[in-house]
Every structure is written in structure tokens, then in C-alpha cells.
Design a protein around this ligand. Structure first.
Ligand code: TXA
Ligand code: MG
Length: 403
């Protein structure tokens, strides 16, 4: 049985989530909203409670969890050091969508860190998350509240789809405003290294720190720094050279649906992503039931590719495209396209934060349909666009769409 509490994030009383806080304190599992995505929380210092998280999610135990706090005074028992770079970063961006990797104290169970010497710490800004953690009076370990492999949940409904009956409580605080998971930054070296791009962007960090690197994106940082933004904006990853040959599928040359479904839901390490420094990044992520294919290249070429596809393709397809692209192709849609194409508007290319916050909900929404593949538009990897493309590329498992 999952107990559910509905609260208005802008107008709620402590009493409304007191019960949820007590459950957390008592070693139970409670899902709750943060500004990024919903988290599946448990007392981070209670080994059995933490093990419950892995069971409920079906998560591999070598993937460490983020520990959530509400104030810097809660940090001391969790870390063995709080270096100046981390202090400055916390001062600038906490509370907010930023997770900092710090040396772990001995008190943090190995179940939380997956045996690493570091621990991931985040101070969320969402008022419901903050009140819940504060009144639970324990640090809260929380991965995203989805079944492992699925897109992260940005509404309580998504959590319900994945974890109903598998968790003790669910605080429904409405939609998450960022919609992508927090930026994970390693500050244990000389320069900050972004292990997972998110709401706090590379550009935001670079305004305050020297030599910010992005793990797993060789050359990207340098390339963007060296080229004017109009150029890099349209030369977005992935390019074909990065994609294994078997993933370069075309309209004529696609795998049978069953094969593709199997791939999309697998938990195997992705060949597109070898030896990442953040253990979680090697698993298949964000996969809806139908395989996702990414359009690539300059926007105009992407629009052209869709035009060709609309003429040729006979299978029912899902299209995840921007408002601008839709404006270009709407005249071309066949009269009874309702049965053949399912279009989800991703948001506006002029406002990538609007695309980011809708992404996971859009991917999930295709699961209730009979589309055999999802074709998704690509965006410039700048600002929030880097996190957006990181998730889209993972959802696609490296597949790109080619005519
Ligand atoms: O926005 C978020 O970060 C959400 C909300 C609930 O806070 N949480 C979240 O947790 O996305 P999860 O478990 O889905 O992702 C945690 C990521 C994984 O990629 C994991 O590998 C990485 O953080 N991570 C955790 N501890 C780490 C560590 N000590 N060193 C490197 N990476 C770590
Ligand atoms: Mg996750």
C-alpha cells in the first residue's frame, strides 16, 4: 500500500507532510518532488532502508545514491572534507539543481556510495523537499523515483506508474520545474568536472570556475570555447562517427520491432559510453518502450529529414519535435495522420528550458500508444541544451535517424 499526500508547493503546512517525514524517519520509503525530478527517499544512514530503494527501483547496486540535505550544518557528519572549491560552489548554487561529489565520511553506508570513497550531496530548493527533509531530521538518500531504465518522473503520476505498491509514501507536489536531473560535479580534483550535465550549466559554472570539464564529452568544451556560438549551435553531437554502425539505421534498414524493444529496455552497459566516472552513466536510461531515433545536423536538415520520412514511412511513428518544426511540416501531414503519426510538441527551440522540462513526460507519453519508433529532434548543446542532448542521446541508445 502506498500512502499519498497532495500538497500545493506554494501553500502548504508542515502538518500536511509531517506523516511522510515520520515514515522517512522510521526507515520507510517516501517519494517526493524536487525542482529537478521526483526522488525516492530513505534515511541515508539506515542500511536496510537504503537497500529498500534498490529493491523498489530494480536498480543495480553498483550505482551510488545522492544524499539530500537542507542546510550546510547537516553536511559535517556526511563528508570528511569540504574543500574551498566546493564551498564556493555551494554558496553560489545551493539550494538548487546541483549535486557535489565530496570525500565521504565513515558514517555513510557503503550501500549509499556503492563502495566509493566519495559521496554525492545535494541541497534541493523545492519547498516540499526541503520541509520534508528538515522535519525528517535525517539525511535523505534519493535516486530518481522511476523503475531503473525508465525516464525519470517529473509528476507524481509518473511515480505512481512505476512504483505504486512498491513504496510506503508519495508526496504529490505537482510538476517539477527543471524536469532533468541535477548537474553532478566532481570537485575532488584541481578543476570542477561535470559528471552529469543538468540545470546548473557548464556556462554557469565557467563564469565562476576555471577549467570546467565535462566528463564523457571529449573535445566538446574546447570546441564550444573556440567557435562562435552560431556555428556550434547547429553542429551538435552526435555525429555519425560516434555512433556504432549497427545503430545507424535507415527507413529501409530497420530492425524488427521486438529486437528494438529488447534493446531499448536493456540494462546493459551502452557501448556509446565507455568507462564513465559517474557509475550510473553507463546504464541504459530514459528508455520508453519504443526505440528512440535522433535526428541530427542543422535544424533545416532535420526538418528536411522529417519531410522525407512523412512521404516514405508506413509504420505508426511518434514524432517529438519543436513548435518551429511543426510549423514547417504541418501542411505535409497526411489527412488521417492521427492514426499514423503521433506528434508531441517538445517546446520551443527559442527556449530550451521549455524543451528540457517536458522531455521525460513526452517520452513516457508514447508508452500509452502503439508507435513502433519515436523520432526526436536534436538541439544545440549549449546551456541547458547540453543536459537535454545528454538525456536524448541516452534515450536513443546512440541510434540516429537517417534516410
Ligand atoms: O536531480 C537529481 O539528482 C535526482 C533528485 C531526486 O535529486 N536524483 C537523481 O539520482 O537523479 P540518481 O540516483 O537517479 O542519479 C544519481 C547520479 C548517478 O549517475 C550516480 O552514478 C551519480 O549520481 N553518483 C552518485 N554518487 C556518486 C559518486 N560518489 N561519484 C560519482 N557519481 C555519483
Ligand atoms: Mg535516475
Amino acid at each position: 500500500e502506498t500512502k499519498i499526500w497532495r500538497v500545493d508547493p506554494h501553500n502548504f503546512h508542515l502538518g500536511e507532510i509531517q506523516e511522510a517525514a515520520l515514515l522517512l524517519r522510521a526507515g520507510k520509503l517516501v517519494a517526493f518532488p524536487t525542482e529537478t525530478v521526483y526522488g525516492l527517499g530513505a534515511n541515508a544512514l539506515d542500511v536496510q532502508a537504503v537497500q529498500g530503494i534498490f529493491r523498489a527501483k530494480g536498480r543495480p547496486s553498483d550505482n551510488p545514491l545522492i544524499v539530500h540535505i537542507t542546510g550546510l550544518d547537516e553536511l559535517a557528519p556526511l563528508v570528511s572534507d569540504f574543500p574551498p572549491m566546493a564551498q564556493k560552489m555551494a554558496e553560489l548554487f545551493w539550494p538548487g539543481p546541483l549535486t557535489i561529489i565530496l570525500p565521504a565520511s565513515k558514517q555513510v553506508p557503503a550501500e549509499v556510495t556503492a563502495g566509493l570513497s566519495t559521496v554525492a550531496i545535494r541541497m534541493p530548493s523545492h519547498p516540499v523537499a526541503r520541509e520534508l527533509i528538515r522535519s525528517a531530521k535525517v539525511p535523505v538518500a534519493a535516486p530518481s523515483a522511476n523503475r531503473s531504465g525508465k525516464p525519470s518522473p517529473t509528476t507524481a503520476d509518473h511515480v505512481r506508474q512505476d512504483l505504486w505498491g512498491r513504496v510506503d509514501g508519495l508526496v504529490d507536489g505537482g510538476e517539477c520545474t527543471v524536469g532533468l536531473e541535477s548537474t553532478v560535479v566532481d570537485v575532488t580534483g584541481d578543476h570542477p568536472v561535470i559528471l552529469r550535465p543538468g540545470g546548473i550549466t557548464r556556462e554557469m559554472l565557467s563564469m565562476h570556475f576555471e577549467g570546467v570539464e565535462v566528463d564523457g564529452e571529449p573535445g566538446v568544451t574546447k570546441a564550444i570555447a573556440e567557435r562562435p556560438s552560431e556555428v556550434t549551435a547547429e553542429h551538435s553531437f552526435p555525429t555519425e562517427e560516434h555512433v556504432p554502425v549497427e545503430n545507424r539505421l535507415s527507413v529501409e534498414n530497420r530492425l524488427p520491432a521486438e529486437k528494438r524493444l529488447g534493446e531499448a529496455n536493456g540494462e546493459a552497459a551502452s557501448p556509446a559510453n565507455p568507462a564513465p566516472r559517474s557509475p550510473g552513466m553507463k546504464y541504459t536510461h530514459y528508455a520508453p518502450k519504443a526505440p528512440v531515433y535522433l535526428l541530427t545536423g542543422p535544424w533545416k536538415e532535420q526538418v528536411k529529414a522529417i519531410t522525407v520520412l512523412l512521404e516514405k514511412e508506413t509504420d505508426p511513428l511518434g514524432l517529438l519535435i519543436s513548435e518551429e518544426t511543426y510549423e514547417h511540416i504541418k501542411e505535409l501531414l497526411p489527412q488521417e495522420c492521427g492514426s499514423k503519426y503521433l506528434i508531441r510538441l517538445a517546446g520551443s527551440r527559442e527556449d530550451l528550458r521549455s524543451v528540457a522540462y517536458r522531455l521525460f513526460g513526452s517520452l513516457r507519453s508514447f508508452d500509452e500508444t502503439s508507435v513502433t519508433a519515436i523520432i526526436a529532434e536534436s538541439y544545440p548543446r549549449e546551456g541547458i541544451g547540453m543536459a537535454l542532448m545528454n538525456r536524448l542521446t541516452k534515450a536513443a541508445g546512440g541510434r540516429i535517424w537517417r534516410e
